[in-house]
Ligand binder design. Structure first.
Ligand code: AMP
Length: 573
């Protein structure tokens, strides 16, 4: 682990990508394949391979206490050090002291991470973490803490680790990247590369792939300026979901790659009968079945994050899965095919009659019953099947070749209660995890920013005693820079829930305010943007208001300073 940590220090010390990949490649080559495989996962900022659902679940507060305890530093010292680094790993590296006999192997660390993941309850986890850190050198501790918090902050993206694997073992970076995407495990990709078997990587179902993202546009003209032929769909206001269907089993994943199948028991069965195994991309929305249209996001919110969904909720707030893309079908990864072909494959998939559904009473069901509650009559069962079938809807695709047509579609989409439009390049491949100009989004707000909450304060008036004032930031490269502060927009219930979360995830209590783990994403609207030195970003927002929480987005997906600059410049023009 010491050598891995030393390599990380060297990587952090240069901004040159080629140098970074060179350091990683040299390090990997100097290790056994087992050690290199585990290291590749750590270097991607993870404790476990991406496809695994295993998580450490060690909170920032708990880590903070462990570092304080082992270093013997008091709260003030630690806070001062934290303020200098803004990163708990760096703090650990500085305040912990060297003792004889310390030092760990990467395989040791990996095995201990598995113990932490398996331990139940915060105190059992903390005991193992404490023991691990006490056995580590300060430099090792620095990177162990960083891996636990999920962010190395050394300017090393997973794509650079992929490049380094190609450099160390042969194969092209594209081959390594493809293998990593298919198996969802960079350690497995490394093993395949080391054996010259990258071409044999096969799709591992039920690990979520990256989602293709869209860039915002400000006008209809801009919407048609990047490509020749546009496919236009309504922008539904729900949550993005990727459905994996294989051998009659179905799972849904959110954009943060969490499995969300349980929250939507009415969806899996309709997909289980697809004629082929497939990975589909779409949006889950609250659906008004009689009217055949989406209901507002606030309605869907009642369905989110539930493990158990009551019959009443299923009846009163049914959802539908609006499918707009296909990534994998019939043993073939189709992401590289142009949208026009994927659309055809998707149409075919969804119109071919489904196989018999895995309903209760039909025998051979691999999943639990899709809809809860006892069914007395066959007639009801049929009704249930019909709803399940109807809940998978191919998102309608329109064409527009002039800004006027686009404006018309936009108005019609809003008329249907949708957020706006998605404008897609019909010749573009599906690029997971990338925000390019092949998918464009046209929304109603002048502009909103997705921001990360970095600090919170207690409110005033009726908000005394709850953490309701949020300072938020956007990304400037690898750093978060504050851009504003907002007080209003959330409901009392949401504020109460967030207060508890922030109390549990405080990094530093400064009395009047708390620095918190930068994990919560908000969508904020504002009237306009000003240049200002009030915040680190150099911008400030006028009349900022919280539009909503974005639990479906991870902090990494929040907006960047470039995006803020773009909005600022557009508004000046
Ligand atoms: P935003 O969340 O504002 O960045 O907008 C992008 C999101 O719009 C996607 O991640 C999807 O969740 C959602 N969306 C709604 N309808 C569509 C659609 N037809 N195509 C792609 N994304 C859509």
């Amino acid at each position: 682990m010491q050598r891995l940590a030393a390599a990380c220090e060297a990587i952090a010390g240069t901004t040159k990508k080629l140098l970074k990949t060179g350091i990683v490649a040299d390090y990997l080559k100097s290790r056994t394949t087992d050690e290199a495989a585990v290291s590749a996962v750590f270097l991607s900022g993870r404790a476990f391979p991406a496809w695994e659902e295993t998580t450490l679940q060690v909170g920032g507060r708990s880590l903070w206490q462990i570092v304080a305890e082992l270093s013997g530093s008091d709260e003030g010292e630690l806070t001062a050090t934290y303020r200098r680094h803004g990163d708990l790993g760096a703090v650990a590296g500085e305040v912990l002291s060297e003792r004889a006999g310390q030092g760990l192997g990467v395989l040791d660390v990996e095995a201990t991470f598995r113990q932490i993941a398996a331990a139940r309850g915060p105190s059992a986890k903390a005991a193992i973490v404490r023991d691990l850190i006490s056995r580590a050198t300060p430099l090792e501790a620095k990177y162990i803490v960083k891996i636990i918090t999920g962010d190395l902050r050394i300017g090393l993206k997973e794509s650079l680790v992929e490049e380094a694997i190609a450099r160390a073992y042969g194969g092209t970076p594209a081959d390594v990247q493809r293998a990593n995407m298919l198996v969802g495990d960079i350690s497995e990709a490394l093993r395949l590369a080391s054996e010259g078997r990258l071409a044999e990587a096969a799709m591992r179902m039920f690990h979520p792939l990256g989602f293709m993202l869209a860039s915002p546009i400000e006008s209809a003209e801009e919407g048609l300026s990047y490509f020749a032929e546009a496919a236009v769909e309504d922008k539904y206001d729900g949550i993005r979901a990727q459905a994996h269907v294989a051998n009659g089993e179905v799972k849904f994943f959110s954009r943060t790659r969490d499995e969300i199948t349980e929250s939507f028991p009415e969806l899996p069965d309709a997909l289980a009968g697809l004629p082929q195994d497939a990975i589909l991309d779409g949006e889950i929305v609250a659906w008004d079945y009689p009217a055949g249209r989406a209901r507002p996001f606030s309605v869907l919110q009642q369905r989110l994050g539930r493990k158990r969904v009551s019959d009443k909720m299923l009846r009163e707030t049914p959802v539908a899965f609006l499918v707009f893309d296909v990534l994998y079908a019939g043993r073939e990864l189709v992401m590289d095919r142009p949208l026009r072909e994927r659309a055809r494959i998707l149409d075919e998939l969804l119109t071919t009659p489904r196989k018999t559904l895995n309903h209760r009473g039909h025998g051979g069901s691999q999943r639990r019953a899709p809809v809860q509650g006892a069914l007395a009559f066959d007639a009801e069962q049929h009704a249930e099947e019909r709803i399940a079938e109807a809940s998978i809807i191919r998102a309608p695709v329109f064409r527009a070749s002039s800004p006027e047509e686009l404006e018309e579609l936009f108005a019609a989409a809003q008329e249907r209660g949708n957020e706006g439009l998605m404008i897609k390049d019909i010749d573009s491949p599906y690029t997971p995890g990338k925000r390019g100009k092949s998918w464009l989004k046209m929304k109603r707000e002048l502009a909103t920013l997705d921001v990360v909450v970095t600090a919170v304060e207690y409110g005033h008036g009726k908000r005394v005693g709850v953490l309701s004032d949020y300072t938020f930031a956007v990304w400037d490269g690898e750093r978060l820079v504050n851009i504003g502060k907002a007080y209003s927009g959330l409901t009392d219930g949401e504020i109460a829930e967030m207060t508890q979360w922030f109390l549990d995830h405080t990094l530093e209590d400064q009395g009047f305010r708390r620095m918190v783990e930068p994990k919560i994403v908000l969508e904020v609207a504002f009237n306009n943007m000003m240049q200002s030195d009030r915040h680190e970003s150099g911008y400030a927002l006028r009349f900022p208001r919280i539009v909503r929480l974005r639990p479906d987005k991870s902090a990494e997906e929040a907006d960047t300073i470039e995006r803020a600059r773009e909005i600022f410049e557009k508004q000046q023009a």
